[in-house]
Design a protein around this ligand. Sequence first.
Ligand SMILES: [Zn+2]
Length: 303
Amino acid sequence: MADYHVLDLYFRGYPAAIAACAIPHERGVILVESGPGSTLPALACGLERLGYRLEDVTDVLLTHIHLDHAGAAGALARRGARIHVHPVGAPHMVNPERLLKSARRLYQDEMDLLWGYFLPVPEEQVVVPEDGKPFTLYGHTFVALDTPGHASHHYAYLWNGEVLFTGDVAGVRLPGARHVRLPTPPPEFHLETWRASVRKLLDASARQWVLTHFGPVDDPEWHGQRLLAVLDDLEALLEDLMPREPDVETLTQALLEWTWKIGQEDGLTREQHEQYELVNPTWMSALGVQRYWRKFRAQPEGS
Ligand SMILES: [Zn+2]
């Protein structure tokens, strides 16, 4: 079967943090994820090694619109690419003001340094695939799978029935590690829908999953079951912790201890643990679980 290429975008200079995948075809190249605006030069380098320029990107399939996945989509649209995106995310690619404002609240002074430019995508270049309905681009067949839980605007893409590009709904797993971590950012982390989405990924029966953070997973059944177990474990932790209404610093600390405990069980070195933190900072996950708990799980006073 046709091949795809994992492009390392060397986010902040680090290898294996953010990937984009390139699928060559007779008229150019399809990308899964654009990466952030800040890594556009690294994306150009990766494509050049395959014999392509940014102008040769015909289509970008975004798993979701978080800046580390979609930030450079507008820059690629300017060079002619069509941008495929979940219906909930599509309006924010055309008018990114609200998305950028809430990102700036989170990242503050580091926003531009981390993520670079985010250009809007012209509406006529936005394509919204339908959940579960196959579509073909230059001989390659894709099926977008609606997979909320990490974000409400999340698609995973099944390619030619065999390879599943999972975005963030399959979590984070660094090369060479048998350890899966959950990115649970605000504002849309939702435990129950995430569980259902993992089952949907498993039901697609792909022989390989490809994570944006980072790269191919050749044991998708193990990985999926592990994800479900980690979701259960997180829920148990929260049920114990959240009734005491910890502040966000206390919650971050508790989550850090929890991830490090699982990391050690999985044989992670301290250095690998830090690498996971770079890709998936725990302070951000703490904000996400806090919001989820307050919105969906906390009992109103007196009940
Ligand atoms: Zn994300």
